[in-house]
Write a protein of this length. Sequence first.
Length: 647
Amino acid sequence: MLKFRFDTKKYEVNEYLVLLYRFAILMVFYSFCRLLFYLFNTASFPKVTFASFFTILKGGLMFDVSALLYLNAVYILLFLLPFRFKFRNGYQQSLKWLFMLINGVGLSFNLIDMVYYRYILKRTTASVFDIAAYDAGNTNLILRFFYDFWFIPVILIVLLVLLSVLYSILKPMPFRFRHPFAYFLSGIPVILIVLALSVVGMRGGWRHSTRPINMNNAGAFVNAPEEMALVQNTPFCILRTWGKKAFTPKHFFASEEELERIYTPVHVPDSVGPARKENVVVIILESFSRAFVGSLNPQLQDPRDRSYTPFLDSLISESLVFPNAFANGRKSIDAIPSVTASIPALVLPYVISERSGNTINSLASLLTGQGYQSAFYHGAPNGSMGFDAFIKIAGFQNYYGLNEFGNEADFDGIWGVWDEPFFQYFAQGMSNMQEPFVTTLFSVSSHHPYEVPAKYKGKFPEGRIPLNKCIRYTDYALQKFFDSARRMPWFKNTLFVITADHAVDSDIPEYYTSVNRFAVPMLFYKADGSLKGVDNGLAQQIDIMPSVLGYLNYPHPYVAFGNNLFDPSAKRFAINYLEESYQFLSGDYVLYMTDDKLNAIYNRTKDPELRNNLLGTIDLAEEQQLQKAIIQQFNNRMAENRLVVGK
């Protein structure tokens, strides 16, 4: 079987053993990437032990086999063709180039996620390509990413060089047959066997009842939902979500009447008082996790966890605040529909889904019908994340971005205008609007690459992570905004709503649970002090629109998937999407539903680390019915374009 050729410094081995050898190399490389992924994000997985990591590695093999078989299907077929010409040098060199290209891409995605994971808190899926295509001006961001994380391409180059060397150690050698046709005949059953084994590997099992493994199958190898990212690999997640439809109709309930009785997103004011013609200002702060807000974390004792939001803390003491508020998505692109139109980000971001052309209502469109002027402010280059396109669909009358701001000197070079000058631009812009008005501001500075304006270098504390100083800078910009706004005539007649777009890594252990990874601040502020206090009930971004409309005594029916937080009879909940599962918070409990089946229940207050799965030991039938009803209403109305009253 073996024939040594010292002149070429390669070993000639039977071709099928060579194929197994090269596939085994890839398996080792993927396990190594998994180890790097863990080492770069150790704080995100506090419950992983030495023993449990081996279980994760074992589970990861199944996902690696599946991904590598998909990626290398063409290579394997070309390698196995039962013709002797495939042993020629030219053919073999072409195969090597194909092998290196395909697997170089796979390794690249695995390595990029070592860093990117901390921003989206999950493995990258196919939606990243839709988001990239939807966004404008990505080049600078990509270049800055590789500049800051230069070790990623260095590691990739080292791995590719090593992969190339290991690939060439063994040279394929055919079985010896006297007649070429005999070799051809011997190759046919081999191809069929490899094809059958490949199908088994891609599906993740050989049983007839085995469904092709999906991302949620990683749950069988972990102690907590967030650890599923360790079991998975990025190429697998991209391949499994490619072309996936976001809003497939659900049929949990036999009749529409039963569904409507349990939950309906149609809000019909039952008793409307006099309309409040107050201005509405919604401020969405980039990456402002609840973890950074000291007044919402009195339990934290580490000096490094001091508040990075002293002004926001002072405002909270004068506001109606919701300490148990959660984002409905994990990316900035998720937040705008959630906050302004009460549309959560379930499965895919709404704005890049196949239903992004649906007719929707929003704060802007509904209040414009009541005589309001509306505007959206975002200091990024126009077209960034497609915000300007979405706000047109949502009914905002005006959009103000970098182009309208007009002063390139205040551009940070990456994301947009520094928050301090843009917040002042925002304040002045509202002074030029006719009251009543409704506006939304989305900040930009509290983001990678974690820089502040040159004049503030060293002014703000670094804290646990580089982002902390940026949070402190944006909080300072917010303070300066309110200092200016208080001197303007519209200020006293304005309802302010402040929240974050999503949560991010804070390096604080208690915020690494799958629940707290969505934790954000939320508060309602009025200058006259009429809104003040603490509401410990559940709240979420999609509650903002119906709450504002309820506060203003908006008189007409509308569609919103959240609750009016001012309505004491509302069924409070929070919903988001996590690793192929719907995460549903109701009361003290969190329920996880995967593939339309309830697969976990935790008491999030008594068991904040979500270690004790109560499934089968507790009856939460009412909560589960509510979860199903919300998902069915959301999916079916999305699929049928019924997001406004009358459709």
